[in-house]
Design a protein around this ligand. Sequence first.
Ligand SMILES: [Zn+2]
Length: 371
Amino acid sequence: MEIRRTPLVSPSLGTARDLLQYHFGPAHAPRRIVIQSSVHADETPGMLVAWVLKRRLAELERDGLLRSHIVVVPVANPVGLNQRVSGSLIGRFDTDSGQNFNRQFLDIASLAGDRLEGQLGRDEARNGMLVRKAIVEALGERAPRTELESLQLALLRLAAPADIVLDLHCSLEGVLHLYTHARAWPAFEPLARYLGVGTSLLCDDSGGHSFDEALNLGWSRLIERFGDHPIPAAPLAVCVELRGLHDVTHALAERDADAILQFIALRGGIAGGVTPPPDLIREPVPLTGSEQIDAPCAGVLVYRAALGASVKPGEPIADIVDPLSDAVTTLVASIEGVLFTRRVVRYVHAGAMVAQIAGATPFRTGPLLSP
Ligand SMILES: [Zn+2]
C-alpha cells in the first residue's frame, strides 16, 4: 500500500488540508479502479466500507493477488467534514459558496475535445489512450482558485485514468440504490447484483454534473464528437447510495465491502475464484421516471409508507400535521414505483423534499437532481 497526499488550495492563512489516497496493487497494472467515499461529507456509511476495503486490499496485496491498481479515497471531502455550524455537520454544501459539493464538476469533454482534433485513427485502444491522455493533460493544466475547486479537480485527476470508478454516498433514509449512465449500466449490473441493489436509476444527463456524471457524460460527448473514430467506453462511473445516514454498522460495511471485492474479482482485478453474481432484484428504471414528493406546507411529518414499499398512484406516503390549526395534509404517490428515500428529521418546511419514488415510466424533464 502506498499513501499519497494531494494538498488542496489553502483557504486562509495557517490552514491547509490534504486529500489522502491509498493505492494498492501493481502501479502499472493495465486496469485502474477508484473507490471514493463521502464527497457529501456527512454521508459516512461509505467511509466505513472504505476502511474495511483498505484492510482487505492490503491482505490481497500481501498475498500477491491484485491484478488491478486500486485507489481508495475514504474521505473524499475533508473540506465539508470540518464544516460545523452550532454543533451540526454541514457536509453537503460548501458553506463559503453554497455550492453542493457533488455538483458542477468540470466538463472534461470541453476541456479535452479540441486537443484531440486530428489525433484519432482507426485503432480503438490507441484512441482510448489518446483520449485519456488529453483529459489527464487538460485537467493537469487547470489552476484551481479555491479550496472547493482544488478538491473537485483532485478527485477528477484521480479518476480520469481509471477504468471503473465507484462513488459512495447515502441518502437521508434510503434503500440501497445506485445512479449511473445508461451506457455504463452493463458494466455495473454485476455490482448491483452482488450488493443486492433493488433500485437502479439510469440517466445520461441530469443537469447537475455530479462527479460520476462528469466522467460518464464527458466520455460520451467525446465519443459523439469523434463519431467516425472508435473510442472505448471508459472510465465508467457509478454513484452508489449505501442506504441512509444512520445505516452505519460493522455488519453492513463488511457485507458491502465483500460485494465490491466480488465485483472487482469478476472484472479480473483480483486473482482466484469468482463468485457468480446472484439474480438482479429489479431491472433498472430511468431517473426521469422517479417522482419527488415535496411538502406543500410546514408541519410534523408522519410517514404512512415504509421505506422500500411498492406503492401505487393515490397511495398515502405521509401526513403533515399542523398542531396549531389541526390541519392534516396527506401526501400521496402520483406514480407506481418503489419508495426509495425519505427524510430523517420529522419536521418539514414548505417546499422541502419528503420522499422519492422510483417508477418505470419517464415523465420528468429539466434538472433531475436536487440542487
Ligand atoms: Zn451524496
